[in-house]
Ligand binder design. Structure first.
Ligand SMILES: *Cc1c(COP(=O)(O)O)cnc(C)c1O
Length: 392
């Protein structure tokens, strides 16, 4: 007999996304549908816009959520800002930076990739040299929090480079928004997008996106229509602003979810929420090191929301992740791209970022490592984490 209903098992989501959704967000999604032009639904959209501006720390008029996961925000930003022949420089230090470069090529851009080793931030000096060498660069792109490597690239140096060379700055904040400081206006970033399933703790489904007045000008002054109809920002903005021109049927329940998730972020307070992610992330990292493991990302640039830890010699990647999932109900991520089989990726995002999850993971992972012959010092790991958590 075919399965007629599906009840998911209980899981603790500590991978690179999705994170655990807040119960209030899930409840919001069960509310009755409204029409996508119902005045009451439009009020929810306006509420999202206002709260997105607060969470993104921006006054940008053009602040919306594109239909689709984080990648839709990336594709909307790149496809609308890059015209055939435009020069684009992408600072790449992981999988997602490379994805931006590929999209820019599909948009017809002349793309220069500036590569840094996976686990380090993008090198601003090398990027500046590339921007100067290319000349007339229209768009400079970086990923703030590289989820494939666990490394942060501080944004300010790139904002300065973009400003001095007359380029627009695009920043991927899919993993950082809601878990780490994202200050769009203070940075001077021109195009920033995110997703709902990482530190905003809603299901995957829409992508916050904001454009500075400069970036919006560039979109409106395009000589050629952008190569995507569904993610054409001029059409999307005409639905999100007071014109309310039909473009697509908004993913109603996802907009409810975004609205509730943003309310939760603002109720907690941005600073408090960033501090929570910082404390739990550092506790996990201290615990993993005290257990005898090696962190992959460069010290000083480690993300609090996503930790990469090297898989010890002789330990089987998939066996450990499988046992974590099936025996402990915990999901963590494997390595992406060149880090496949070499690291695990442990997320502490949004609702999943709790002291309890830190200790649970250390304990479970420590036991599985010992079964595989790696002498993890579980006691030391738990002690180091507990100390960082302020539990003495
Ligand atoms: C997850 C992620 C994306 C893609 O988001 P999806 O929701 O998977 O489409 C893009 N960039 C970064 C840095 C991410 O972590």
């Amino acid at each position: 007999m075919p399965m007629t209903t599906f009840t998911p098992p209980t899981r603790i989501l500590m991978g690179p996304g999705p994170s655990g959704a807040h119960p209030r967000v899930l409840a919001a999604m069960t509310r009755p549908l409204l029409g996508h032009l119902d005045p009451d639904f439009l009020r929810v959209m306006d509420g999202c816009r206002a709260m997105l501006r607060e969470v993104l720390q921006t006054e940008n008029e053009v602040t919306i959520a594109t239909p689709g996961t984080g990648t839709s925000g990336m594709e909307a930003a790149v496809m609308n800002l890059v015209e055939p022949g435009d020069r684009v420089v992408v600072g790449i230090c992981g999988y997602f930076g490379e994805r931006i470069a590929q999209m820019a090529e599909r948009a017809g851009g002349e793309v220069t990739r500036v590569q840094s080793p996976w686990g380090q931030p993008v090198d601003a000096a090398v990027v500046e040299a590339a921007v100067r060498a290319a000349g007339g660069v229209k768009l400079l792109a970086i990923v703030h929090a590289e989820t494939s490597t666990g490394a942060e690239t501080p944004v300010e140096p790139f904002a300065r480079i973009a400003r001095e060379h007359g380029a627009l700055l695009l920043v991927d904040c899919v993993t950082s928004l809601g878990g780490m400081p994202v200050r769009v206006d203070a940075w001077g970033a021109d195009a920033v997008y995110s997703g709902t399933q990482k530190c905003l703790s809603a299901p995957p489904g829409v992508a916050p996106l904001t454009l500075s007045p400069r970036a919006w000008d560039a979109v409106r002054r395009r000589e050629t229509p952008c190569n995507t109809w569904y993610l054409d920002l001029q059409l999307l903005e005409a639905y999100w602003d007071e014109r309310r021109v039909y473009h697509h049927t908004a993913p109603i329940s996802m907009v409810y979810a975004l609205h509730e998730a943003l309310s939760l972020v603002l109720e907690e307070g941005l600073e408090t929420r960033w501090a929570r992610h910082e404390r739990n992330g550092r506790a996990l990292q201290a615990g993993l090191e005290a257990m005898g493991l090696t962190l992959h990302a460069q010290a000083g640039y480690r993300l609090p929301v996503l930790t990469t830890v090297r898989i010890p010699e002789g330990v089987e990647d998939t066996a450990v992740r499988g046992a974590l999932l099936h025996r402990h109900g915990i999901e963590i991520g494997g390595g992406l791209g060149e880090l496949k089989g070499r690291v695990w990726r442990i997320g502490l995002m949004g609702e999943s970022s709790t002291p309890g999850n830190v200790l649970l993971l250390l304990n479970a992972l420590g036991k599985l490592l010992r079964e595989q012959g790696f002498k993890a010092d579980i006691r030391a790991g738990l002690d180091a984490a507990t100390e960082r958590l302020g539990g003495g």
